[in-house]
Design a protein around this ligand. Structure first.
Ligand SMILES: [Fe+2]
Ligand SMILES: [Fe+2]
Length: 368
């Protein structure tokens, strides 16, 4: 068997099962066919090439074309080499992998937190809500079988941040902890609206990004985007709750539609943030995405045993290079990422915390 992708070294031979994420048939300058694509497992992805004369025999590309055109688990044999400083797999053969040859969990990175622990935290969040309408909305979402299951399993993004199984729920909970920590500094903010914003703002990613390894964009994802689809999910759930107050629906839908900032910034918002919660939430979302992007890059540099003081921008979807020297305390690799224990404990003590806070602002009038 081969090594994990993240541990491959130049010059090694490889045999193992990887997920074929994408690829295309191309031609050399001489007109010979070759295939170029991307393979991955839970530890990373690697570019791969199959030359027509691989293994000394011409016609390899045509012989393996039906496998190369599929997406899924493949058994590959090849060698690891470097092209322009980046590792790639030079394939000798590729075939569809039989089910008995692999475990589906091999191919996608997963959250460091268990689904059970995250669902526990989610439940405490819902139970701590005071606004009965927003709480009913989250309870309706939890009962929305397949959609909620996908929400718990899906990534928060294709590559930029929390791009792993369970990443969407992990991102949601991190935002909720930050929202509850910071909102008291702006007493006008409605905390339960903010919690719903945390849950629903990226909920459209369930439909935008395939849960298959590689997290490719779906057709709907490319044509509609997660902002529209998240807003639509909120509208559908509100429709299912008798007499859901129109003004609360409007506020929440607005936060979803505007969460990526002013339209002029070009990040896909359908509306400019125009309420205190929408402005607050946009910056909160950006904060978590950007910090997590940096933390993931630091972790990856550590795992790849990079030696320089800056992370390599090559593996970073944002092409960022972060400073790795940390004379400020513990080494960045020594603490698990994605688990913020003190904040989780804060959520554990949520009842107490909420009781000591002033009542939520009556943005929507007193509850009947
Ligand atoms: Fe988003
Ligand atoms: Fe987000």
């Amino acid at each position: 068997m081969g090594h994990a992708v993240g541990e491959m070294k130049e010059g090694e031979s490889y045999e193992g099962v990887l997920w074929l994420v994408s690829g295309q048939l191309r031609q050399t300058k001489n007109g010979d066919p070759f295939w170029e694509g991307t393979l991955q497992d839970a530890t990373g992805s690697i570019g791969a090439k199959l030359w027509d004369s691989a293994g000394g025999k011409r016609g390899r590309v045509k012989a393996m074309a039906s496998v190369l055109e599929t997406r899924g688990p493949v058994t590959v044999v090849g060698t690891v080499d470097a092209f322009q400083g980046t590792l790639q797999l030079n394939l000798a053969s590729v075939r569809a992998a039989a089910e008995a040859e692999f475990d589906p969990s091999w191919f996608s990175p997963r959250s460091k937190r268990t689904t059970e622990a995250m669902l526990d935290e989610f439940s405490r969040l819902v139970e701590g809500m005071e606004d009965k309408d927003f709480r009913a909305l989250l309870e309706a979402f939890r009962r929305d079988g397949d959609t909620f299951r996908r929400f718990c399993q899906g990534p928060a993004a294709k590559a930029i941040h929390h791009a792993w199984v369970g990443g969407l729920l992990e991102h949601t909970l991190a935002l909720a902890r930050n929202a509850l920590a910071l909102a008291p500094n702006y007493p006008v903010l409605n905390r339960d609206l903010l919690i719903c914003a945390c849950v629903f703002h990226d909920s459209g990613k369930i439909f935008e990004i395939s849960s298959d390894p590689g997290f490719e964009y779906t057709t709907d994802g490319k044509l509609k985007g997660h902002i529209y689809m998240g807003a639509r999910l909120v509208e559908r759930l509100c429709d299912g709750i008798p007499d859901f107050p129109e003004e609360k629906r409007r506020h929440l839908v607005h936060v979803v539609l505007s969460h990526q900032g002013d339209r002029a910034e070009g990040f896909g918002s359908a509306a400019d943030p125009a309420t205190p919660e929408a402005i607050f939430f946009h910056h909160l979302d950006n904060l978590d995405a950007k910090v997590q992007n940096c933390l993931t890059a630091l972790d990856k540099a550590e795992a790849a045993k990079e030696t320089g003081p800056f992370t390599s921008p090559k593996g970073s979807p944002m092409r960022k290079s972060y400073y790795r020297v940390r004379p400020l305390g513990e080494s960045p690799a020594s603490q698990p990422r994605g688990v913020v224990t003190p904040a989780v404990e804060e959520i554990n003590g949520d009842d107490e915390q909420r009781d000591s806070n002033p009542p939520q602002p009556g943005l929507f009038g007193p509850d009947p």
